[in-house]
Design a protein around this ligand. Structure first.
Ligand code: AMP
Length: 641
């Protein structure tokens, strides 16, 4: 590949670091030097950014933040995954006057999911701003609830155009103190038919309101909006030239965030790799993922901007020498790494932009060797994926995820190899005698004894893969699969274009395949129909996060704002904790025992069937026992299914 083909072209009015076409080396240095602290953000907002763990501003942030702080209108040509939310939210927060208790910033988004997501981002970035309130408002949600919150006082409103317009018409949204309007994903609002509402809103706000418009593309109607309402906008557009990576195989895997670790461990198990760099977005993630991989038996370490230079160099040296096989890095820390034995780059989190992608991918396939790059993208990040393909003029193929049977087959082959190795290299006399003795004592065939021993040997790393296929496997019963069921997890469904099947099955009917030996308990989770959750989302997320076979997930009752789900009564505390933090449709589940005892969920009062272990396995132990029999969370390499 040729990094040298990479230049950055930016719009007319850009910040000091971005004014010219620069070589990647210079550009890297310029961006690397630029810190959030250089952008003029208020100390409280800066503090929050530090605690979220962002190392450096993404290009769109580096450019937009100073403009917005300066009071300029901004036209940002950017899409999801580039960090555009922080690009407008951080400076917008700096402009708020905490003493004024009415909306000062209005963000318009095409979907309620995005409204909720943006509102959450504001909450995160306003962590250190006392008394700050943001309110998402969108259709489908109770008007009175929104009204109550508006009356209590909010500083930022994030809403879908229709509902915002309704509030404005009814005069329930006081925009007299409005300082700024942000149009997020303007082209999507156009595509979804909201453009008239958007224009109506723009007409109604005071002429001196600052405006920032973000759009991935610039169709004529958006250009018209820009011309009509933005005053001398600063245009922020980052356009890389193409760079070719002809010696690198590039693939993508559409995967939800909560499935990434599973998918990664499966990949690590399946592929033959020498050295690997896994890219994530925050320095926290580098450490967390390094810990998780180390716990699974991989020689993995984090590489991030918090580490001093010599520590970073040591880390890269270890990757070179083979003391480490995997480095989990942020973009900044991995800049320029040149290690020949890196056979794979995994984009665990999507890069901000095409340039970062090109740089990341270029860390493999060094010195003319062949390289491989795999990109994880959430269903709603497909657009950036398409942009990468378009701008690099390269096809990124879907990763062909193997079926459960194929994975089992692979594991069996490698197990057989290990047995053959042991037969060839170990002194087995003692063990042969032991097996023969056991067979004679129990009047068994030697094959039966060998079978039991093989079972014991694989317990930590089960050979058979059971349960649902990995997302990405094109299999008829893969209900969360990419090419098929997975589409339904994406945005189209979010927009209420749901197929009848999901809607009809708002409850998960009485289960017939549940393990009758498990006492079930009704739990309340804080996500419901109004949030767009479906039983399938709930089963998928719980099964993944708690590593719980779906047969231990009982009836589900979807309510408007929460749901009740039956799960084993004796789930270990750590699993419950995990589920408290799990998110579905951007809602934290905050799982707790249902105070109403699951009323109306189809209570399961069946007495627990006597257990084969005579009841020894009650409580947390019992649950763990069941999990091990099904989907256990093993401690070592490649054993999770
Ligand atoms: P967005 O494009 O706004 O949807 O952001 C995509 C993701 O990037 C979100 O998960 C953000 O939390 C994350 N993000 C935004 N800015 C940064 C940054 N400077 N460093 C690391 N992650 C970031």
């Amino acid at each position: 590949m040729s990094d040298n083909g990479l230049t950055r072209e930016v719009g007319v009015d850009v910040s000091k670091t971005m004014t010219e076409k620069v070589t990647p080396q210079l550009e890297a240095a310029a961006v690397a030097e630029l810190k959030f602290a250089d952008l003029g953000l208020s100390p409280a907002v800066l503090d929050a950014v530090t605690s979220v763990g962002y190392e450096t501003p993404s290009p769109i942030q580096a450019e937009c933040i100073p403009h917005i702080l300066n009071g300029d209108d901004v036209l940002g040509i950017a899409q999801t995954g580039t960090g555009k939310t922080a690009a407008f939210a951080l400076p917008a927060l700096c402009k708020l006057d905490a003493k004024i208790n009415s909306p000062q910033v209005l963000v318009l988004t095409p979907t309620r999911e995005l409204a909720i997501q943006v509102a959450e981002a504001f909450t995160t970035y306003a962590e250190k701003l006392k008394g700050f309130h943001v309110l998402p408002i969108y259709g489908g949600q109770d008007f009175r609830t929104q009204l109550r919150s508006l009356k209590r006082g909010v500083h930022v409103v994030v809403g879908t155009p229709g509902r915002v317009m309704d509030h404005m018409r009814r005069e329930t949204l006081d925009l007299s103190n409005l300082k700024m309007v942000i149009l997020d994903e303007a082209d999507e609002m156009l595509r979804m038919g909201f453009i008239d509402d958007v224009e109506w809103i723009m007409e109604s706000v005071a002429k001196n309101t600052q405006i920032a418009l973000f759009s991935a593309t610039m169709p004529a109607q958006i250009l018209k909006v820009t011309k009509n309402y933005l005053k001398n906008p600063k245009e922020v557009r980052i356009k890389p030239k193409t760079a070719s990576h002809s010696n690198i195989t590039q693939q993508y895997w559409i995967v939800n965030n909560n499935q990434k670790l599973d998918v990664l461990t499966r990949i690590l198990e399946l592929i033959q790799f020498e050295g690997m760099i896994i890219f994530v977005k925050t320095r926290q993630s580098t450490g967390e993922l390094a810990d998780k991989l180390s716990a699974r038996g991989y020689a993995a370490a984090a590489l991030n901007g918090d580490m001093n230079q010599s520590h970073r160099e040591q880390c890269i040296e270890s990757l070179k020498s083979g003391r480490l096989d995997i480095i989990i890095a942020t973009d900044v820390a991995a800049r320029g790494i040149d290690v020949e034995r890196v056979t794979h780059v995994i984009n665990y989190d999507l890069p901000y932009d095409v340039e970062s992608y090109v740089h990341r991918v270029g860390r493999t396939g060094r010195a003319g060797r062949k390289g491989n790059a795999i990109l994880f993208a959430a269903p709603r990040e497909r657009r950036l994926l398409k942009t990468i393909e378009r701008e690099t003029k390269q096809t990124i193929l879907p990763y062909e995820a193997p079926s459960n049977e194929e994975v089992t087959q692979l594991r069996v082959s490698s197990f057989k190899e290990k047995v053959a190795d042991a037969l060839g290299s170990q002194e087995l006399e003692f063990f042969n005698k032991l097996a023969a003795e056991f067979a004679a004592e129990h009047n068994m065939e030697i094959a039966e004894v060998a079978g039991a021993l093989a079972f014991l040997a694989q317990q930590e790393a089960p050979l058979q893969v059971k349960g649902r296929s990995m997302p990405g496997h094109n299999n008829a019963d893969d209900r969360s699969g990419d090419r098929g069921g997975r589409e339904r997890n994406g945005r189209d469904r979010d927009r209420g274009e749901r197929g009848g099947r999901d809607r009809d099955r708002s409850e998960r009917g009485p289960r017939t395949d549940r393990d009758p030996g498990v006492k079930m308990q009704a739990y309340r989770i804080e996500v419901g129909r109004e949030h767009g959750a479906t039983p399938r989302d709930i089963v998928g997320a719980i099964a993944n996060e708690a590593n719980l076979s779906s047969k231990f997930i009982g009836n589900i009752k979807l309510m408007p704002n929460f749901s009740v789900v039956e799960l084993p009564a004796d789930m270990p505390t750590e699993v419950q904790q995990q589920l408290k933090q799990t998110r579905i449709r951007n809602q934290q589940l905050d799982l707790k025992v249902d105070p109403r005892g699951g009323e109306g969920v189809g209570r399961d009062d069946r007495p627990a069937r006597p257990r084969r272990d005579g009841g020894r396995g009650r409580g947390g132990e019992g649950h763990r026992g069941q999990r091990d029999g099904g989907r256990s969370r093993p401690s070592n390499r490649g054993s999770r299914d």
